[in-house]
Design a protein around this ligand. Structure first.
Ligand code: ADP
Length: 499
């Protein structure tokens, strides 16, 4: 029975001549290799496509045994095929591997049919082979892609433009609780909470236009009713001709991310509140300290009028100096809290920076008479606009630091010049210096270089305040230093032209 069924596909050698010529032409021009062989496996014909695929010319192949192109480990296949053919049966789309002349292995799909003579006897076989490397490669690629989809942690779902689910990966099963069997074929509203059904209309609207939707934050509903916050990206799926036929969506559960964000926001708020309380405390404390200090300073003027002995006067002087120090610190703290609350006020006037610089030098040299303060200036006057008291505060701070951080030295060089319409002031000392990697940090609040802590007491506020004051005058302040050799602090302030 099988014999009959296969007769129609077997080559019939009783065909008339003209038809034979047509068939020969078909064989010669076919892209598939068409080979015929006898029942002993000897090759009888070998079309041009066979030459191209296997590399043997017709002359080389005809008369050879078919094992010419069968890899040794597959010789057994030939017995099976010949057996089938002898039984009058056809071998259809048999996927195997053959070997070309250059040793290359070619994956092929093979169809072998019996050749039957006029008496109905099987006298040989015809084989049609098709190179399936391309398809194999595509299959492999697809398998890799499928594996990626299956093992992804993100839910990957595809649906038609009508919203019918066509694929549903493992992560989707896990995230939404529906198995692939339960989900595929259902409408995507299966996982969309009723009040969000409109979103689907919007999404499909975009997809139809060929647009992609990226990281859309929304909520979906699992089988058990649980609502899941997700970030979803939806892309159009196109067929071979570029028509949009559906959409693929990749969804990520962001519950964890959201709770982390919330926690971070809470921490941030807590730190902010604590910081505000600390600033408030600094403000209050410095304010409370300032009042009694002012009285102490005032009262200290009284004994100097009545004390006459030298020792007494010396102690009094020392006390006054310490009180002044505390007052300066308290004032700095007050300024800090004013900066934080945005209440540090400035007066605005046009003034000669040289005059202010000279005043500052005089004041600092008064209490540091062991130091030489050398001012070099190329200009007589340089006018800037701002608050002269605040600028003086900056300069006093730089000069005081130059002295405090330069034990065993006795010289500070100060320069003033006009640099491209800016007053440039340099304060150079020959002290301990500042490591390169700390040159920026010294301008932050409460920052003190570890190595210098022992040199002088302080709160690490002076340079922070100076920086604030200078930038509010549209100026710049920076430091250069060579540890062990000294530092130079620079302040640049824009000049104010007359008028
Ligand atoms: P304070 O001097 O009260 O600590 P500042 O804000 O004025 O605060 O200075 C911050 C830090 O910068 C100082 O603690 C010190 O480590 C460093 N510093 C400032 N000026 C100099 C200088 N001229 N030489 C070396 N180090 C300095």
């Amino acid at each position: 029975m099988e014999h009959n069924a296969n007769n129609s596909s077997a080559l019939d050698l009783t065909l008339t001549e003209p038809t034979n010529a047509i068939l020969a032409a078909i064989v010669a021009t076919s892209d598939d290799t068409i080979i015929s062989k006898n029942l002993e496996g000897i090759i009888l014909s070998w079309n041009p496509a066979s030459e191209r695929m296997f590399g043997y010319s017709q002359e080389e192949a005809v008369g050879q045994h078919i094992s010419l192109i069968i890899p040794p480990d597959r010789i057994a296949e030939e017995d099976y095929i010949i057996n089938e053919v002898k039984g009058g049966r056809k071998v259809d789309h048999f996927e195997t591997v053959r070997r070309a002349k250059d040793g290359r292995l070619i994956p092929i799909s093979l169809t072998v049919s019996p050749i039957i003579d006029a008496n109905g006897r099987v006298i040989g076989a015809s084989k049609i082979a098709r190179d399936i490397s391309e398809r194999k490669r595509a299959d492999e690629k697809q398998a890799v892609l499928a594996a990626i989809v299956e093992t992804s942690d993100d839910a990957i779902v595809s649906k038609t433009l009508q919203g019918i689910i066509t694929s549903w990966n493992k992560a989707a099963e896990k995230m939404f609780g529906y198995t692939e069997q339960e989900a595929v074929g259902q409408h995507i509203t299966l996982i969309i909470p009723p009040e969000r059904h409109d979103e689907e209309t919007y999404i499909i609207g975009e997809i139809v236009k060929g647009n992609k939707i990226d990281h859309f934050l929304t909520i979906r509903q699992a089988k058990d009713g649980k609502l899941i916050p997700i970030s979803v990206s939806v892309s159009p799926i196109m067929d071979g001709r570029g028509n949009i036929i559906g959409a693929s969506k990749i969804a990520r559960d962001i519950s964890e991310q959201l709770s982390l964000q919330a926690e971070r926001a809470r921490h941030y708020e807590e730190v902010k509140a604590l910081n505000a309380r600390k600033d408030e405390f600094i403000g209050l404390a410095s304010h409370e300290l300032k009042t009694p200090l002012t009285s102490v300073g005032g009262y200290l003027d009284i004994p100097s009028r009545v004390i006459t002995d030298e020792k007494g006067l010396l102690f009094l002087e020392k006390t006054k100096r310490q009180v002044k120090k505390i007052s300066a610190l308290v004032n700095d703290l007050l300024d800090i809290s004013k900066i934080e609350s945005g209440k540090l006020s400035f007066s605005l006037e046009r003034f000669d920076i040289r005059e202010v610089l000279e005043d500052a030098i005089e004041l600092v040299s008064y209490s540091n008479d062991q130091f030489d303060f050398n001012l070099t200036s190329e200009s007589e006057q340089l006018f800037i606009e701002g608050d002269p008291h605040r600028i003086e505060q900056v300069l006093i701070n730089l000069l005081t630091n130059a002295v405090r951080y330069s034990p065993g030295t006795s010289r500070v060089d100060i320069s003033l010049s006009n640099q491209n319409d800016n007053a440039l002031i340099g304060v150079k000392d020959y002290g301990i210096g500042i490591p390169e990697d700390k040159l920026e940090a010294i301008f932050s609040r409460f920052y003190r270089v570890d190595e210098t802590r022992n040199q002088a007491s302080g709160l690490g506020l002076g340079l922070y305040l100076s920086h604030e004051i200078v930038i509010r005058h549209d100026g710049k302040i920076w430091a250069e230093s060579q540890p062990g050799e000294g530092s130079t602090f620079w302040v640049s302030l824009p000049l104010k032209r007359r008028g």
